[in-house]
Design a protein around this ligand. Structure first.
Ligand SMILES: N[C@@H](CCC[C@H](N)C(=O)O)C(=O)O
Length: 293
């Protein structure tokens, strides 16, 4: 059956999304419909599709409400290939902006908005560059695959870590290496990640630390979307990996340059272990209606 979706197109540092609201979760969001919305030639176009649904209306959302009953809204995130993901760091900022513009929530400076995600509840606040989100506790994986990619000379060691979704981070040696990478094809991981992984290729800036802030550049191949202009959780993973490699004395605050702009990453201690936060812009670009089968 054909149905019309009233959508908003949004982006955060060039990571772009098709957002729509389905408060009661009554819309049948099939992988085919996600692909149709995300299609850059025949649809709206985006790296992902985000549905705003009340947490109480989806089984995954119920888990969020059990964690924090303030998490009224659930970010139902899907990659452009139709696969769901646990979390999207750029997406959650754009989602917040969307909820605000739609009048579904309010968020004063200094206040916190709890949002349900498949990775758990995430707290968002306003920041000087847009929004800041606490990505929660991060962890190093037990397995760290080696990575090979097109135009990358030799296989490289990767560092596997999770910030709610899975990442493998690879350090590069020069700007030429970063520029030469061909990410039109997914990098190969050995061993393969059981649920797939986002892969970040990172270059430290010279000097690595300026005014107490760590500085890196990266490109990313996202699980389910291919190369994107930015990945927020990927930027957090890249900063965490670089701090890990740099060793004692490395900073807890990082500036991460991606092809689509710049995001900030901060690590901070909490009662339940170290958290990592992400800050950056969020923009809504246009709205429209699209008929999908
Ligand atoms: N672009 C996002 C991450 C989106 C999900 C990812 N492709 C996955 O499958 O885990 C971000 O900004 O974090």
């Amino acid at each position: 059956m054909t149905t019309t979706v009233h959508f908003t197109k949004g982006q955060g540092t060039g990571n772009d999304f098709v957002l729509f609201s389905d408060p009661d979760g009554s819309f049948d969001l099939t992988p085919e419909r996600i692909r149709a919305l995300a299609d850059r030639r025949f649809g709206v176009g985006g790296d992902g599709v985000i549905r705003a649904v009340r947490s109480s209306k989806l089984p995954d959302g119920e888990a969020s409400l059990a964690e924090d009953d303030a998490a009224e809204w659930f970010m139902d995130y899907h990659n452009s290939d139709g696969s769901p993901s646990e979390m999207c760091g750029n997406g959650i900022r754009v989602f917040t902006k969307y909820l605000l513009e739609e009048g579904l929530v309010t968020l004063e400076r200094g206040d916190t908005l709890a949002i349900g995600t498949r990775a758990g509840v995430r707290d968002v606040q306003r920041s000087s560059t847009g929004f800041q989100v606490d990505l929660g506790r991060w962890r190093l994986d037990d397995v760290h695959p080696t990575v090979s990619a097109r135009e990358l000379y030799a296989t490289r060691p990767g560092l596997g870590l999770s910030v709610g979704n899975p990442h493998v981070v690879v350090a590069l040696a020069s700007a030429d290496e970063l520029a030469a990478l061909d990410l039109s094809v997914a990098p190969e991981l050995e061993p393969a990640a059981p649920h797939g992984a986002n892969v970040e290729f990172v270059l430290p800036e010279e000097p690595l630390v300026a005014d107490g802030i760590g500085r890196i550049r990266m490109r990313v191949h996202e699980r389910g979307s291919g190369e994107t202009l930015s990945c927020g959780t990927g930027a957090a993973a890249a900063a965490l990996a670089t701090r890990y490699w740099a060793g004692a004395g490395a900073p807890d605050q990082w500036r991460v340059d991606v092809p689509g702009g710049t995001v900030g990453v901060r690590m901070f201690a909490t009662e339940d272990g170290e958290h990592v936060s992400l800050s950056g812009p969020a923009e809504l670009v246009f709205t429209g209606d699209l008929a999908v089968q």
